[in-house]
Structures are given as structure tokens and as C-alpha cells.
Design a protein around this ligand. Structure first.
Ligand SMILES: *Cc1c(COP(=O)(O)O)cnc(C)c1O
Length: 230
């Protein structure tokens, strides 16, 4: 099932790239494996997937220990400061940085390990009360402070758009993200180390790619529905 789902997702990614005149290589598919067992992850791994996303530090750490070391783990969930030490050095990219305090703690832990931690700034693009992320108007200021930290690389931006049935409804938010990216890049271009746009989930990754996503985070579309009761 996972293998077939992946084929379908890959087809959709290719179609969106084609539509937008982009090269397939510009987009990384992150398979969001939260709540899913290692067997499922191995099935996707065997099919060629190497980027996996988790939203809990504990779960990411456990899977990190059990699974092949060439997997690139992405921390995509809300991160508490006291858990930072368990994820720096394991996750290749922390997508969910939305405060200077959190960035400072990542900086501190990265310094201890003598590495540089790659991060994204999470933007609350639709201003939803239930979501984490820095507000649209505060992204630039937060980015300016964080790029001063020597052991942190700001690689780009991330957002979780609202859950929608019709993906077109989120196009406006992805457009806003791209504008933010362009605005911040042009202002801070010497200090920002990349141009990652992590946006698009099962319900809207096609539209996200059309609007410039470089990473899409797909869970349900690959692994099926999640069961949070177990
Ligand atoms: C769970 C999750 C996803 C994947 O969601 P699906 O709708 O299952 O594709 C993507 N991003 C984040 C931050 C998530 O927590």
C-alpha cells in the first residue's frame, strides 16, 4: 500500500512541477511518519525515501536509534526548550522555530556538539489561534535576531496552512509565504544560508509546489490515516 501511495504522490509532485515549470529536483518529499511503526518507515525506505518527518522529540529519537543511519530526520512539530538537547545532532533540519528563546537554546546545544544546526522559521501564515509559529509581521525581526547566533543556520521558512478539502483555498497563503521569503531574502541575503520553503501537506502539496515549495511534508497520503488512540 505504502509503495503504491508513494507512486501516486510522486506522480502528483511531478505534475505540479510541470505545471509550474519547475524541475522535480527542486522539491524534496518528506514522508511524515509520526505515529507510524518502523515497519512502515522501512517500506518507504525500501522504495527509496530518505527524508522522514516526526513531530515529537521522543519518537524521533527512538526511531533514529532503530533505523538506518542514512535517513534524514526532520523535526516538524512544536519544540519545547527542554527537549532541544535530544534533537540537535539527530534532526538534519528543525522546521518549527518560532521564538528567539528556542533558537538560543538550539544554538547552545549545537555549540556543545560543535556543529551548526539548520533551522526554519515557522510562520503562522493564516493567523490561526490554534497554531504555533511567528506572525507574518514579525518574521523579519525574528530572522534578524536569529541570524546573529553563530551555531544556527536559518535555511528558510515553514508553514502549516489550514486544513482544507479544496487545496485552492490555501494558494493565497503559499503566495504570502513566497513573498515573505523573497522580502526577507533580499534584506538579509548575506546571512541566510538557503532558500528552503517547507509547505504543503497531503491536502495541498500540489498547490504548494506550484507556489514555490521546496519541501513538502506528506503523511496521510503515504502512510494512510493515523491512529492517535494507540
Ligand atoms: C502531521 C504533519 C504533517 C503531515 O500531515 P498529513 O496531512 O498527514 O500529510 C505535515 N506537517 C506537520 C507539521 C505535521 O505535524
Amino acid at each position: 500500500m505504502i509503495r503504491e501511495n508513494l507512486k501516486e504522490v510522486e506522480k502528483n509532485i511531478c505534475r505540479a512541477c510541470e505545471k509550474a515549470g519547475r524541475d522535480r529536483s527542486e522539491v524534496t518529499l518528506i514522508a511524515v511518519s509520526k505515529t507510524k511503526p518502523v515497519e512502515d518507515i522501512m517500506e518507504a525506505y525500501e522504495a527509496g525515501i530518505r527524508d522522514f518527518g516526526e513531530n515529537k522529540v521522543q519518537e524521533l529519537s527512538e526511531k533514529y536509534e532503530k533505523l538506518p543511519k542514512d535517513i534524514r530526520w526532520h523535526m516538524i512539530g512544536h519544540l519545547q526548550r527542554n527537549k532541544v538537547k535530544n534533537v540537535v545532532g539527530k534532526a538534519v533540519l528543525i522546521h518549527s522555530v518560532d521564538s528567539l528563546e528556542l533558537a538560543r537554546e538550539i544554538n547552545r546545544q549545537a555549540e556543545k556538539q560543535n556543529i551548526r544546526a539548520d533551522i526554519l522559521l515557522e510562520v503562522n501564515i493564516a493567523n490561526e489561534e490554534t497554531k504555533f509559529g511567528v506572525g507574518y509581521d514579525n518574521v523579519s525581526e525574528l530572522a534578524k535576531s536569529i541570524i546573529e547566533l553563530p551555531y544556527v543556520n536559518v535555511k528558510g521558512l515553514m508553514c502549516i496552512a489550514p486544513y482544507v478539502v479544496d487545496s485552492e483555498q490555501n494558494r493565497k497563503f503559499f503566495k504570502k509565504m513566497l513573498k515573505l521569503d523573497v522580502d526577507i531574502m533580499s534584506k538579509l541575503c548575506n546571512n541566510i544560508h538557503g532558500d528552503v520553503m517547507s509547505m504543503g501537506m497531503t491536502c495541498d502539496y500540489g498547490v504548494a509546489i506550484e507556489e514555490g515549495a521546496t519541501m513538502v511534508r506528506v503523511g496521510t497520503g503515504i502512510f494512510g490515516e493515523r491512529d492517535y488512540s494507540i
